[in-house]
Design a protein around this ligand. Structure first.
Ligand SMILES: [Zn+2]
Ligand SMILES: [Zn+2]
Ligand SMILES: [Zn+2]
Ligand SMILES: [Zn+2]
Length: 185
């Protein structure tokens, strides 16, 4: 396939709403305009012709997608990964530059979501008392707030260029720490 042809086929794969490359399942309106699977559930009618959405998928476009070299959808955040369409979804699920939710979302009811390069400054600003950045850090119970009022303790550590969330459940009666869990963010 020539580079020019590949480029023009890629343009045909751009979603009319968000401009990213549509990947399977590629959705359609009742007249046949294609829409990406991220935008499709958020729309009431087709953005091009205002006709209703359909249940049909565009299998022809999906087949073309699988044979083209597609850039990662987080290229705007700095990802240089390019791969055949059939493999790109798998990369995007684990792409380090994909927007992430705040690791404290379930604890502090924080709705922050943005690219990873901004996570550190968010944690420093909003969660400084539960955020540790030192490569070597001892976790003593004095490090934490008065634990008797809490059912669990949670911290996020930034080490080796990655983020890890650690939680300890606390036994309400004895005050003992139980079930230590570590999540890679
Ligand atoms: Zn879209
Ligand atoms: Zn349409
Ligand atoms: Zn990527
Ligand atoms: Zn947050």
């Amino acid at each position: 396939m020539t580079e020019a042809l590949e480029k023009s086929l890629l343009e045909d794969l751009q979603c009319p709403v968000c401009d990213s490359y549509m990947c399977p399942p590629i959705r359609q309106c009742q007249k046949g305009h294609s829409i990406c699977d991220h935008c499709f559930p958020k729309l009431k009618v087709c953005p091009k012709c205002r006709s209703p959405k359909s249940q049909a998928r565009s299998f022809a476009l999906e087949a073309i997608h699988s044979k083209l070299k597609i850039p990662c959808r987080y290229a705007i955040a700095g990802c240089n990964f390019v791969s055949l369409g059939e493999h790109i979804r798998n990369h995007e699920c684990f792409c380090k530059l994909a927007p992430k939710s705040c690791p404290f979302r379930n604890y502090d009811d924080c709705h922050w979501k943005d690219i990873t390069s901004k996570l550190k400054s968010h944690l420093m600003k909003k969660h400084s008392s539960n955020f540790y950045q030192k490569e070597k850090q001892r976790f003593l119970s004095q490090n934490f707030r008065n634990i008797t009022n809490y059912h669990y303790i949670y911290v996020v550590i930034h080490a080796h260029k990655d983020f890890f969330r650690l939680t300890w459940d606390i036994d309400e009666i004895t005050g003992d720490y139980e079930q230590f869990k570590c999540f890679y963010e």
